[in-house]
Design a protein around this ligand. Structure first.
Ligand code: DAT
Ligand code: MG
Length: 140
């Protein structure tokens, strides 16, 4: 398995509860390296652009409001098979279905407010990383 990079977001429900360090420890314990990181506040329009693949879903408006409601921490994680490994560490979208020990099982509040985002495939990882970061900001 090759070294990969994936885009991670620590979402507003988690930054509000001061969980950034605890979530980062989960990534690092799994062998993922945080090779870029910044705390930003999205506008609703920026959240909408990031999540435009979900534009037709009934929860889209609520999702965009939520993502713009408090600061988020955007990150690039790097490691062997980082995209799949991060999805494993995150756990299932609905925390009720997430395996114990995963970030969402431990910290997520609901299916909508589920603490973390992670890219789901190499193409989306590339697009999502460049949505937030310039090449110069990523130091592996
Ligand atoms: P994931 O974040 O696990 O990749 P996704 O891409 O299917 O999940 O959905 C993106 C986000 O949209 C998800 O993290 C939270 C929100 N969402 C998904 N399904 C939802 C639902 N049934 N009700 C409310 N929000 C939902
Ligand atoms: Mg997704």
């Amino acid at each position: 398995m090759a070294t990969e990079r994936t885009l991670s977001i620590i979402k507003p429900d988690a930054t509000r509860r001061n969980l950034t360090g605890k979530i980062n420890a989960k990534f690092e314990d799994a062998g993922l390296r945080i090779v870029a990181q910044k705390r930003i506040q999205l506008t609703k329009a920026q959240a909408g652009e990031f999540y435009k693949v979900h534009a037709e879903r009934p929860f889209y408006d609520e999702l965009c409001e939520f993502m713009a409601s408090e600061p988020v921490v955007v990150q690039v994680l790097e490691g062997e098979g980082a995209i799949a490994k991060n999805r494993e560490v995150m756990g299932a979208t609905n925390p009720a279905d997430a395996d114990s020990g995963t970030i969402r099982a431990e910290f997520a509040e609901s299916v909508g407010e589920n603490s973390v985002h992670g890219s789901d495939a190499p193409e989306t990882a590339k697009d999502e990383i460049s949505f937030f970061f310039a090449d110069l900001e990523i130091v592996g």
